[in-house]
Design a protein around this ligand. Structure first.
Ligand SMILES: [Zn+2]
Ligand SMILES: [Zn+2]
Length: 404
C-alpha cells in the first residue's frame, strides 16, 4: 500500500525523536542508578539514618502475603531491634540476611500468639542460624505474676526441654541462653532500655487484659513509636505526639469483618472497636498525635480492602499515612522518609557465625538408651566412605558413632 509523503515523514521524525530521547537518558546496557526497590543487605545505613522494615503486618490467621506482627528497626549506629515476633514472621526476618548475633533484642508488646508466636523459632532456631549470643527479651508484667512475660518465658523453656536436650553437648549452644527483662505494664513512659545512645520506653496499652504495652524508641533525635495492639488510649496520644514514625494497629472496619471474615455483627463491633482499633478510631488517634508519618497495620491489606480502610481513616485524618504490608521498608532521617518494597531472595542461607565457635563439652550430651541404639543401622559400607572423604579433604579424624 502506498503511503502519502507527509505521513511517512511524520512517522520517521517521531521514531527518530524516541531514539534521541532514549539515548539521552540511559543505555540499555547500563544499570538503573535510582532504584525503587530495597534489596536486603545491599545498602549502607547512614550514621544518622533509621531503617524500619515491616516483617509482619497481618492478622492472627497468618497467610502467605502477611505474617503476624513483627517490626525491625535498624539504626545507623549498628543497633537492631525487633518489636513483636508474631507467627510466620521469622522467614521474613531471615530474608533480611542479617547475622543473627545482631538480632538478639526483642520487645514484646503483649503475649498474644500473633505477637510472640515465632519467638521459640528465633530463640532455638536462631542457634542453628549461628547466633552465639544470648537472646534478650523485654516484655511486660501481667495483672498477676503468672500472666507476665517472665512466667511465660519459664514455661517456654520447659516446653522446649527436649529440643534443648538434643543440642547440649552437641553444638556451640551459647545462643540458647535467654535473658528475660520483665518490666511493669503500668509504667508510663518509663525507661526499659538505655544502651549505646538508644532509649526505649514503655507506655500502657488497652488490649486483652492488663499486661499490654506500647513502645517508644528514641535515638539521635528520631522517635519511633510502636503500638503493638491497643484501642485508642490517652498514653499513646500523649507520648506518640510528633513522633517521626508512629505505628498503630488499624483493624478492618466492622462491615468487612462481617462480610469478609464471617464475624457476627456483635463480634465485629466488639472485636473491631472495643478490643482493636477501627480505621475511624485510628484516624482520630493520628489526628491528635500528628506524627511525621502515621503507619497502620494489623489488617488484611488487599486491593479490595485497602481503599475502604483508607477512606474511613481519611474521614478523620489528612496527614501523612502508610498502610503497611510485609516487606515494606522506610528509610527515616530528619529531612526525609522514603518508602519502598523489598525484593526478597527466597533462597537465602544463614549468615556465617560472627564469633569463632567453641567445641561443645560432649560430656554434657544426653545419651540414647540401649533400646534406641539397638535399632540403629550404621551401614558402614555406605557411611565410612563419607567419613573418609571428609577426613581426607580436611585432615580430620572423625569417626562414626554408629559403626555396625
Ligand atoms: Zn493482641
Ligand atoms: Zn494482634
Amino acid at each position: 500500500m502506498k503511503r502519502s509523503l507527509p505521513i511517512f515523514f511524520a512517522g520517521f521524525l517521531s521514531f527518530g525523536l524516541v531514539l534521541v530521547l532514549m539515548g539521552a537518558t540511559q543505555s540499555p546496557t547500563k544499570a538503573v542508578e535510582d532504584r525503587d526497590v530495597y534489596y536486603p543487605a545491599t545498602e549502607d545505613l547512614a550514621p544518622d539514618e533509621m531503617r524500619v522494615v515491616a516483617l509482619g503486618t497481618g492478622m492472627p490467621s497468618v497467610r502467605p502475603k502477611q505474617a503476624a506482627a513483627c517490626w525491625l528497626v535498624e539504626l545507623g549506629n549498628g543497633d537492631k531491634f525487633l518489636f513483636d515476633i508474631g507467627s510466620g514472621c521469622h522467614e521474613r526476618l531471615a530474608a533480611q540476611k542479617i547475622p543473627y548475633d545482631y538480632l538478639n533484642k526483642v520487645f514484646i508488646g503483649h503475649l498474644h500468639v500473633d505477637h510472640m508466636g515465632d519467638l521459640p523459632s528465633l530463640w532455638l532456631g536462631g542457634t542453628v542460624m549461628n547466633r552465639l549470643v544470648p537472646l534478650r527479651v523485654w516484655g511486660p508484667t501481667g495483672g498477676t505474676p503468672e500472666l507476665g512475660t517472665a512466667a511465660s518465658m519459664e514455661h517456654m523453656k520447659k516446653m522446649y526441654v527436649w529440643d534443648i536436650g538434643t543440642r547440649s553437648g552437641v553444638i556451640d549452644f551459647r545462643g540458647g541462653a535467654l535473658e528475660v527483662n520483665e518490666f511493669p505494664f503500668d509504667g508510663i513512659n518509663e525507661v526499659i532500655y538505655d544502651e549505646n545512645g538508644v532509649v526505649v520506653r514503655s507506655i500502657p496499652a488497652v488490649h486483652g487484659l492488663d499486661g499490654a504495652v506500647s513502645f517508644i524508641l528514641e535515638w539521635n533525635g528520631l522517635k519511633f513509636v510502636y503500638g503493638s495492639d491497643t484501642i485508642p488510649n490517652k498514653w499513646y496520644i500523649e507520648y506518640a505526639k510528633g513522633a517521626d514514625f508512629a505505628v498503630h494497629e488499624c483493624f478492618l472496619p466492622p462491615t468487612l469483618l462481617v462480610t469478609k471474615q464471617g464475624f457476627s455483627p456483635q463480634e465485629a463491633l466488639m472485636v473491631g472497636t472495643q478490643g482493636h482499633t477501627s480505621p475511624e478510631q485510628f484516624g482520630k488517634v493520628m489526628s491528635l498525635a500528628k506524627p511525621r508519618l502515621a503507619v497502620g497495620y494489623h489488617f488484611y491489606n488487599d486491593f479490595d480492602t485497602e481503599p475502604e480502610v483508607r477512606r474511613r481513616i481519611r474521614k478523620l485524618y489528612d496527614g501523612p499515612l502508610a498502610l503497611a504490608l510485609d516487606y515494606m521498608v522506610w528509610n527515616v532521617t530528619k529531612d526525609d522518609i522514603r518508602v519502598r518494597m523489598s525484593a526478597v531472595d527466597e533462597e537465602v542461607w544463614p549468615s556465617p557465625a560472627l564469633k569463632k565457635k567453641i567445641a561443645p563439652d560432649t560430656g554434657s550430651a544426653i545419651a540414647f538408651s540401649k533400646f534406641t541404639i539397638s535399632g540403629a543401622l550404621g551401614f558402614p559400607e555406605v557411611t565410612q566412605p563419607l567419613f573418609d572423604e571428609i577426613n581426607e579433604m580436611y585432615g580430620t579424624e572423625v569417626e562414626p558413632v554408629f559403626k555396625k
